[in-house]
Design a protein around this ligand. Structure first.
Ligand SMILES: CC(C)(COP(=O)(O)OP(=O)(O)OC[C@H]1O[C@@H](n2cnc3c(N)ncnc32)[C@H](O)[C@@H]1OP(=O)(O)O)[C@@H](O)C(=O)NCCC(=O)NCCS
Length: 161
């Protein structure tokens, strides 16, 4: 998690009001003309994920795509990144109003753009559930500290308000 500064003071992890305004404008552009039809959120304890990664060698393969594993395992603390993505997958299932068995976790992928922004890519049963719910696209945001990871997602329809 970063620190918001009112000036141009760029400490590590610091964002300025100008950065924030740009991010809000971009986010508004993605939402414009579409309806938010559902939202979901989840919080994951990073130490829980750290323990599971050690105790269950298949955990990462079972719940994460190859691209997700590739990214998480390249970072200084993979458990932190895995936890954020787990939160995003659970948040999508919540948004779709189904339980954890509604779709395979690998059918909900967090894709990382070149600038670091996360996006959601659904496949298989997750796509069918989203179609049935009238969701045509998603917004997702992640954050993680040393202890917890959080994700928030919104499902968007095509329709204009
Ligand atoms: C976005 C940013 C402010 C978040 O940093 P932070 O507060 O230290 O970290 P948080 O835990 O709150 O958030 C991390 C998550 O933010 C998301 N994120 C990263 N860059 C992002 C961006 N540009 N826009 C939106 N979300 C971003 C990612 O999902 C990341 O999680 P991940 O590393 O597991 O993929 C920081 O990563 C940043 O400033 N990135 C540079 C963005 C930029 O200006 N890029 C220029 C293009 S190269």
């Amino acid at each position: 998690m970063g620190i918001l500064t009112p000036s141009g003071d760029r400490g590590p992890g610091a964002e300025t009001i100008t950065d924030l305004a740009g991010a809000v404008t971009r986010a508004a552009g993605e939402v414009r003309g579409r309806l938010v039809t559902c939202v979901g959120t989840d919080l994951v304890d990073i130490d829980d994920v750290r323990r599971i990664l050690v105790r269950q060698p298949r955990f990462a393969h079972r719940y994460f795509t190859a691209a997700e594993r590739g990214y998480c395992l390249r970072t200084g603390d993979p458990a932190e990144r895995f936890a954020a993505r787990l939160a995003a997958k659970e948040a999508v299932l919540k948004a779709l109003g189904v339980g954890l068995s509604g779709a395979a976790f690998t059918e909900i992928e967090v894709v990382r753009l070149a600038g670091g922004q996360p996006r959601l890519a659904l496949t298989g049963r997750a796509v069918a559930l989203a179609d049935a719910a009238g969701v045509r696209s998603w917004l997702v945001t992640l954050t993680h500290s040393r202890h917890v990871a959080h994700a928030f997602v919104a499902g968007l329809s095509d329709a204009s308000a």
